[in-house]
Structures are given as C-alpha cells and as structure tokens.
Design a protein. Sequence first.
Length: 173
Amino acid sequence: MSTPFDFFLNFPPVSRIRRNHGLEHATLHLLAERFPHLSMAGHSDTGGFWLLGDIPEEAVSQAVADALQRMKQGEHHLAVHPNCGTNFVTSGSMAGIAGAAAMWGAGSNWRDKAERLSLAALLATVALIFSRPLGLWLQKRVTTSGHPGSLTVTEIRRTMRGNFPAYRVNTRG
C-alpha cells in the first residue's frame, strides 16, 4: 500500500538524491576494502556525489563502476554505511532530546540541574544505544536507496574541495 511518504521518497529529485547517496556509500565500501586506513567522506545531491580523500583516480573509477554494477545485481545492502551522517544526526538528536528530558522541570536553579546530570548522562547513553539501529533503519528506508534503477555515471572528475582532494561523480537517470 502506497503512502504520502512513499510519494515523497519517489518524487524525482528526492529519488535521485537517495540513489546517488546509495551509490556513494557503495563506492565508499569498495574503496575502504582496498584502502582500509585511508580517510574518506562523501556527500550526495541530485546531480551525483562528491568523494573527499586522496584516492588514486583509477581506483575511484573502478570502485564507482563496480559499486553500480553490484547494486544493479542485487547487492542493495551496499547502500547502507555505518559512518553515514544519518547515523550521526540520529544519535545526536536522540541524545540531545534525552538530555533535555532529564532537565525538564529543573527550572533555573543550577543546583537542581547539577543533581540531574547523572540522569541526563544515563538517558543520553540509552538513547545512543537505541539510535544505532534506528540510524541504519532510516538510511535503508529513507535517506538512501540500494536500487539504482536507470542511474548511470556520466563523468568522474578529480578536483579540490577547499583544501581537500576530491572527486565529483556526475550521474543521470
């Protein structure tokens, strides 16, 4: 059964970002296998995605092509990445809400607030424990798509993003 939320997720600009985000993650998975100690990051938009990191050009091209092929062959799990910003935002939001809940009703008295710090730490810790699976679930269902559909790569260009070596991967479809 289709919901209004499904309509939003399938709205063409949103769908493109989700599919590009999935391909970005799949590419990062494959690059991390080859370069396990290299620091890398990514960012997706409607036109493709950015890869940040000092990565050999031929490795990026091969990883993008392999990632897209593997996702099209059914390896949809590659779209979910443990270091995605979705996980960090979920964790930060839940911990912040838990900490704020612990302080609810403490008023402006600093002594009352200080007495609630251990409760705030406990609730924030519990929130962080539950945020991990929730962040992964949100990635799988909302912020990424492991189904690239007609997505194709049109260009991979090495550039700089500020002081960081980067690649721009353009897509269409």
